[in-house]
Structures are given as structure tokens and as C-alpha cells.
Design a binder for this molecule. Structure first.
Ligand code: ATP
Length: 121
């Protein structure tokens, strides 16, 4: 396919779909995101709560996609051990970890009081 006629949305979807099918952590994050959305509809959440939840979901999925991109490039250029390959992969994994911790904190701040008042009466 020539670069001129290529569809960037199609390439983006192929990237998301390939990551979903090959990366267990991405699947877990998508499943958690769906659960959070269902829980948010059930409780329900306020509009500003949804802004934060949307930000957290996007942050985790975007960092997971970038982590996969970094891993693929590193595996391509450095199939054997190299300290810079380790640095790149560990930094990318660190980005996912920070996004996940941030999302857990925000999720806890939003959901814990609502669940307590729901079950506490
Ligand atoms: N070529 C390499 N050179 C040096 N260290 C590497 C290399 N490949 C992997 N590592 C180290 O091993 C760790 C795990 O790498 P791996 O490619 O298995 O990623 P992963 O985090 O397990 O990915 P996945 O999300 O696919 O489980 C990296 O974070 C890095 O510390």
C-alpha cells in the first residue's frame, strides 16, 4: 500500500487490535475499564466524576500502547541484552505503572465513598 493512500485510522485500529490480541496486560486494562464504566453507570457517577474516569482510562490504555510500541522497537533493534534496551523497556513499564497507580487512587477517591454510602445506607 502506498503511503499517500494509506488510512491512518485503519493503521491505528490495527495497532490497537494487535495490542489487544497479543498483550495480556492491555486485555486486563480494557476489561477493568469496562467494569469501571458499568459500575459508574450503576452507582451512578456525576459528570465531573466521569471526566476523571475517562482521563484515567485513556491514560492507562495510551501508556500501555506506547509501552507495547517501545517493547516492539527494542526487540527489533536489540534482540540480545543491552543496558540501553533495558533502560527503554523499564522506563516504558514505569510509565504504565504510574498511570495505573494514578488511576487506582482517583478510582478509589471516586468509588469508595459512593460504595460506602450505597451499602452503608
Ligand atoms: N534486549 C534487552 N536488553 C536488556 N534488558 C531487557 C531486554 N529485553 C528485556 N529486558 C528486560 O526484561 C524486562 C522484561 O522484558 P519483556 O520484553 O519481557 O517485557 P515485559 O514487561 O515482560 O513485557 P510484556 O508486557 O510483554 O509482558 C524489561 O523490563 C527489561 O528490564
Amino acid at each position: 500500500m502506498s503511503k499517500k493512500n494509506s488510512n491512518p485510522f485503519a493503521h491505528a485500529w490495527v495497532g490497537i487490535s494487535a495490542t489487544f490480541h497479543t498483550e495480556r496486560n492491555f486485555k486486563i486494562h480494557v476489561a477493568c475499564s469496562l467494569l469501571v464504566i458499568i459500575l459508574g453507570i450503576w452507582l451512578p457517577l456525576t459528570t465531573s466524576d466521569w471526566y476523571w474516569i475517562a482521563l484515567c482510562i485513556a491514560l492507562v490504555l495510551v501508556t500501555e500502547l506506547l509501552n507495547t510500541a517501545v517493547e516492539s522497537i527494542v526487540d527489533l533493534v536489540s534482540p540480545t541484552y543491552h543496558p540501553l534496551a533495558k533502560k527503554a523497556k523499564d522506563a516504558a513499564a514505569g510509565a504504565v505503572l504510574i498511570a495505573a497507580i494514578f488511576s487506582l487512587i482517583i478510582g478509589g477517591m471516586i468509588f469508595i465513598p459512593k460504595l460506602c454510602s450505597y451499602f452503608g445506607g
